[in-house]
Ligand binder design. Structure first.
Ligand SMILES: [Fe+2]
Ligand SMILES: [Fe+2]
Length: 356
């Protein structure tokens, strides 16, 4: 494989997005690019500005290997450095320190000579893949429904062969291949000798939340509840498309007390929870990776997928490491009440508590 320059990647991302990428410094701040957008919960100091395009790196730096990533973390930075990746193209917005192990991005990235690009809202809506994976073809797409940037709403017609709700679930089963992740989790449980391990890719599959799996699908409303989709939005879209029979929620799910569940019951709409956010690397990351590989055949493109596993304390780390952790907790982290006991006694008590 050969190489390209960082600036070639900027150009390619601009081609893929039809010109949505920030290409000069001025554009970052003058409001002319609608995809330069502030994400804020109004918690002081915690907002982040999306800057589609190059976030950090020398435009003239050669790049041999590119990784497509959903979310930048210290693990992704370390994996990049250890696998000779020069540039990371990250979907979710990158934030100083939050994305780089608590230290300024610049310190960490310059240490490993890494360039970072981001492409989030500027990538949404470019392809109909998430709808197609869930068994429908969009006839209406809005990435800022009701005026809220990122509130993606799709109305779709079921694909040939997608007649009942169960057809959507079978399609997801085949395409997302979560059975592989279940096998991986089973192996992990055996290796760590605990049946209590949980892993997000394996455990969150598509499910029918309301309606009979044999119900006819009808027209599909596909929404993403975490992006701000409201009941008002639901009523508005139902007024536009009264033939909607099924609501598909994906990326984030509709859980227990969510008002959308009650609304679907009341209106007699089927409700399906589709893919979780953990699978967006396949939904959005993989198409982006193929586009980049096609436009830049000289570089090697890889995909970083995140697996997050939950361990009960009694199975986390090796036996000796758990002993170390108890000693640290007991000797340094716990208050005066426990310090009245001697060290050996305290550790014995903790071991008894955690090892049963
Ligand atoms: Fe996304
Ligand atoms: Fe996302």
């Amino acid at each position: 494989m050969g190489h390209v320059l960082v600036q070639d990647i900027v150009a390619v991302l601009n081609t893929i997005t039809g010109g949505r990428v920030v290409t000069d410094q001025v554009q970052r701040f003058n409001g002319s690019n609608p995809f330069v957008t502030l994400k804020t919960s109004h918690i002081p100091g915690k907002e982040v500005m999306e800057l589609p395009g190059l976030v950090y790196g020398d435009p003239a730096m050669p790049v041999h290997k590119v990784a497509v990533v959903m979310t930048l973390t210290e693990s992704a930075v370390e994996l990049a450095a250890s696998s000779k990746v020069d540039a990371l193209i990250v979907h979710h917005p990158v934030a100083d320190a939050a994305s780089s192990g608590g230290v300024p991005l610049k310190d960490y990235l310059s240490h490993y000579n890494l360039a970072i690009f981001e492409l989030h809202e500027a990538f949404h809506g470019l392809h109909p893949g998430i709808a197609l994976l869930h068994g429908h073809e969009p006839i209406f797409t809005d990435t800022a429904f009701g005026g809220t940037i990122g509130n993606v709403v799709i109305v779709g017609r079921p694909l040939d062969g997608i007649i009942t709700l169960s057809h959507i679930l079978s399609r997801l089963e085949v395409l997302m291949a979560q059975s592989q992740d279940l096998r991986l989790l089973e192996a992990e449980r055996q290796i760590y000798n605990s049946t209590e391990l949980r892993e997000i890719n394996a455990l969150e599959t598509g499910v029918v939340v309301h309606g009979n799996p044999e119900n006819k699908v009808g027209l599909i409303l596909h929404c993403f509840p975490h992006t701000g989709f409201s009941l008002e939005n639901l009523n508005d879209i139902l007024a536009m498309y009264p033939a909607i029979g099924t609501v598909v929620a994906s990326i984030s799910k509709v859980r227990n007390q969510h008002p959308l569940l009650a609304a679907c019951r009341e209106k007699g709409l089927n409700l399906i929870n589709g893919n979780s956010h953990a699978l967006e690397i396949w939904e959005n990351g993989l198409p982006l990776a193929y586009a980049i590989q096609t436009l830049l055949p000289a570089v090697e493109v890889v995909v970083f997928r995140e697996r997050v596993t939950s361990y009960p304390l009694a199975a986390a780390g090796a036996r000796e490491l758990r002993r170390y952790a108890r000693e640290m907790a007991s000797n340094y982290l716990l208050g005066t009440e426990t310090s009245r006991m001697n060290t050996v006694e305290r550790i014995n008590v903790m071991e008894a508590e955690f090892d049963e």
